[in-house]
Design a binder for this molecule. Structure first.
Ligand code: ADP
Length: 565
């Protein structure tokens, strides 16, 4: 009945533990993992990361274009400030235009068109170049015709509508070192009435753009961005947009590490008509980077999930263990009370009987005295165990190691039990090696360990009453064996019996009185001596406990943390 109730309580607690762990930990953890997993899948499906990087790239290109166009605007504005007025003489105009070219070698040509016609000046050092001369002639010809027609008026109007009153026009340039980009800025002069067709302009030197301006700008932009992009190196390019379908992009200028291939994101440049700027990561595509990131995130999520599951299992394990200890403790209290009550009742009963003087024969009296002594010895052993246990638990247990003739100690301890052993019908087989060297031990503790082992052998034997005690030297240690032919210990219990309060589930054990403390003390005592305790046992055949104590120097004093497990 009592057992049933305990099982019910135990079952209920376990049920509560499973519910608590399930609801409070497992469910939220599983939900979190599930949500994260789904989110990652969604990221993967919608290519969210790639889209984010592309958006970033777009933003960066817009800013870079602005920086670049501001530079060109300011160069053109500086030149415009030096421009002659349409009302000056032709010589003065030429001189001033030459001065513009002299001030900034970035310009190839400077020109002014007004009612008197077009004056077009070219960098004097370059006019001998065939390509430059052809270009000069072509410009002179076409601008004169173009601005002189009614288109000139329209051109002035559209220039006036543009920011800074400047219009850029792009085209191809031929040079001896290959094709280039020809950028011409058309503007109106600030102090000239908008009714007049007066158009000034400068053309950038294609070699300057290709070899200086664009490379410098691209290098600067790529460097700035590399730190923003988590250490991934950026490469940038400027190229003509009118690439025929299916043809490879031919860079006009590219930053270091561009390699080849297409940009991830491109932007047509308004202030450099006909050109586009592109951006990508060096050596890795955004798609590969996204896949890499996904892979890493899934892996991380997997590891975190495993850790969460591991943590949960560990928590369940620990809580179950604590619950088992709590259960064992409550068993212990009732076991100990039982153990105390029985010898006390017996002592009282026999003492009262003796006191009443009803026992007449000497032999009977002797038997009663013996029972009283035996029961009080049992009481003492139990109380000693409990006291030792509580000292160890509180970390106050101290051992006193002294050089000891261990054979003598074992023999003496057995002597005081010999009578009891034989009385109970046990065949005692002793094999004590007398040639053992002195060992440094705590005598009382070792005697107590031996008494516990012997008591267990007596308690847990049924039909075959045999007790074997052996002491011998084995290499660097002394071994003390206590064997019986008793009920034995199931394999699964063999490691647990050394835990505090643990008693095997065998009904034969539960019919025997005990507190579950004896073996945990034996283990503590052995370990405090730097030794170890083992058990060999077969259920139904018997058990053998082997305690090995090292022969080397005395072990250190046991620290407070060395509580009984
Ligand atoms: P107690 O004997 O007070 O229950 P112990 O710590 O001495 O506590 O022993 C723990 C358990 O180990 C016992 O309850 C019993 O199940 C098992 N045990 C110990 N010694 C023996 C033995 N010699 N034979 C069979 N079982 C044993």
């Amino acid at each position: 009945m009592k057992l049933k109730k305990q099982n019910l309580v135990g079952g209920f607690n376990r049920y509560r533990l499973v519910i608590t762990l399930g609801l409070a930990v497992l469910l939220p953890a599983a939900a979190l993992i599930y949500v994260n997993f789904n989110q990652l899948r969604m990221f993967e499906r919608d290519k969210v990361l790639e889209a984010m990087i592309h958006r970033d790239f777009q933003g960066a290109l817009a800013i870079d274009e602005k920086t670049m166009s501001q530079k060109t605007y300011s160069k053109v504005e500086d030149a415009r400030d030096m421009f002659p007025s349409p009302d000056e003489s032709a010589v003065a105009k030429e001189r001033k235009l030459d001065n513009v070219l002299a001030q900034c070698s970035c310009f190839e040509h400077a020109f002014l068109f007004d009612e008197h016609g077009l004056i077009l000046q070219t960098q004097p050092g370059q006019i001998d170049d065939k390509f430059v001369r052809d270009e000069h002639e072509y410009m002179a010809d076409s601008y004169n015709t173009w601005f002189g027609s009614k288109d000139g008026k329209m051109e002035v109007e559209s220039i006036n509508k543009r920011p800074h009153h400047i219009i850029f026009s792009g085209g191809h340039a031929k040079r001896s070192d290959g094709p280039g980009y020809l950028l011409t800025a058309f503007f109106v002069l600030p102090d000239v009435s908008t009714d007049r067709v007066v158009i000034g302009g400068v053309t950038f030197d294609p070699c300057y753009l290709k070899s200086n301006f664009f490379p410098e700008m691209l290098a600067q932009f790529a460097n700035e961005k590399t730190t923003d992009q988590g250490g991934n190196h950026i490469a940038m390019i400027i190229y003509p947009v009118d690439v025929p379908e299916g043809r490879e992009i031919r860079p006009l200028s590219a930053s270091d590490g561009w390699g080849d291939g297409k940009p991830e994101v491109m932007r047509k440049l308004d202030s450099f008509p006909g050109l586009a700027m592109g951006i990508k990561y060096q050596g890795v595509s955004v798609e590969a980077l996204g896949a890499q990131w996904m892979h890493r995130s899934f892996l991380l999520l997997g590891i975190l999930s495993l850790l969460a599951i591991g943590g949960l299992v560990l928590t369940k394990h620990m809580v179950s263990k604590e619950m088992a200890v709590a259960r064992l403790k409550s068993d212990f209290v009732s076991n100990v009370s039982h153990e105390l009550r029985t010898p006390l009742a017996l002592i009282r009963l026999y003492a009262e009987t003796l006191e009443l003087g009803r026992i007449t024969t000497r032999e009977k009296k002797h038997q009663y005295y013996r029972i009283i002594r035996k029961e009080s010895e049992r009481l003492t052993a139990l109380i000693n165990n409990i006291l030792d246990f509580s000292r160890i638990e509180a970390g106050h247990k101290e051992y006193e190691f002294r050089e000891t003739d261990i054979a003598d100690l074992v023999r003496n301890t057995l002597d005081s039990y010999r009578y009891q052993i034989e009385q109970q019908g046990f065949a005692l087989e002793e094999s004590i090696d007398s040639d053992l060297p002195a060992v440094r031990v705590d005598r009382e503790a070792i005697a107590r360990a031996l008494v516990n082992l012997v008591n267990n052998a007596l308690k847990y034997s049924q039909d075959e009453k045999y007790l074997g005690v052996k002491l011998y030297r084995d290499n660097g240690s002394v071994k003390l064996e206590v064997a019986d032919h008793g009920i034995g210990i199931a394999r699964r219990d063999q490691t647990k019996i050394f835990e505090k309060f643990y008693r095997a589930g065998d009904p034969l054990v539960h019919n025997t009185k005990g507190s579950g403390l004896g073996l945990s003390l034996v283990r503590h005592i052995t370990e405090a001596h730097g030794g170890e305790i083992e058990v060999e046992s077969t259920p139904g055949t018997g058990s053998k406990f082997i305690m090995s104590l090292p022969l080397v120097a005395a072990p250190p004093q046991v620290s407070n943390s060395n509580a009984v497990h």
